[in-house]
Ligand binder design. Structure first.
Ligand SMILES: CC(C)(COP(=O)(O)OP(=O)(O)OC[C@H]1O[C@@H](n2cnc3c(N)ncnc32)[C@H](O)[C@@H]1OP(=O)(O)O)[C@@H](O)C(=O)NCCC(=O)NCCS
Length: 172
């Protein structure tokens, strides 16, 4: 995949992305807002494993966000199964030097549309932590609607936290 946007290119991961992936992903501020399966510290081994996984998937669901010629972050979705096979959960992160330029909002709009169109989905959702105001704002700017506050639904860094359930629902 290769989507040229105004602020970034959303594209397939390549093996050449390893150094920039590790440089930007190895950040506790990013880890604090993601699932624990996103490693911290983020090693070259983690990066290699991730790129291998992303590149081996068919259809692809995990993409690099390229800014200024380097892989600055990632965005991807997990299609659900069984009766929920019309739904997918989306997630994203961006290297700290690139925050606040509207990059993820634009990427989220594009990848949401891509997910809906190519996977014949009716719904894409996200579960940012309630304290992650930047991510909640990104979702709202991208047209996602807040559906629920999942109280005390997760534990991160030893703390029980609320998650916010946002969804983008395709028109019938
Ligand atoms: C959340 C994240 C993806 C945002 O990416 P980004 O490209 O900087 O986002 P954008 O520039 O498109 O938009 C950020 C918005 O949040 C706002 N924002 C940023 N920090 C904020 C804060 N502490 N409180 C309130 N709003 C905040 C910005 O002002 C902006 O809104 P605006 O356009 O109305 O001014 C990025 O900060 C990140 O990777 N964080 C760590 C990982 C993460 O949280 N991933 C999401 C998990 S659900």
């Amino acid at each position: 995949m290769h989507l040229r946007l105004t602020r970034s290119i959303v594209r397939s991961w390549t093996n050449e992305d390893l150094a920039s992936l590790v440089k930007h992903a190895d950040n506790r501020k990013i880890w604090l807002n993601l699932r624990d399966r996103f490693p911290h510290p983020y090693t070259r081994r983690d990066g290699r494993d991730f790129i291998h996984l992303a590149r081996s998937q068919r259809p692809e669901t995990m993409f690099a966000i390229e800014v200024d010629g380097e892989a600055a972050g990632g965005i991807g979705f997990v299609p659900h199964t069984d009766v929920e096979r019309v739904s997918a959960e989306i997630g994203y992160w961006l290297g700290e030097p690139f925050w606040g330029r509207g990059i993820v909002t634009e990427a989220l709009v594009a990848v949401t549309k891509h997910a809906l169109d190519t996977h014949h989905l009716t719904r894409v959702f996200a579960l940012p932590y309630a304290r992650n105001t930047a991510s909640c704002r990104v979702l709202e700017k991208a047209g996602y609607v807040l559906e629920a506050r999942l109280r005390r639904s997760a534990i991160k860094d030893g703390e029980i936290i609320d998650q916010m359930q946002y969804a983008f629902v395709a028109p019938e």
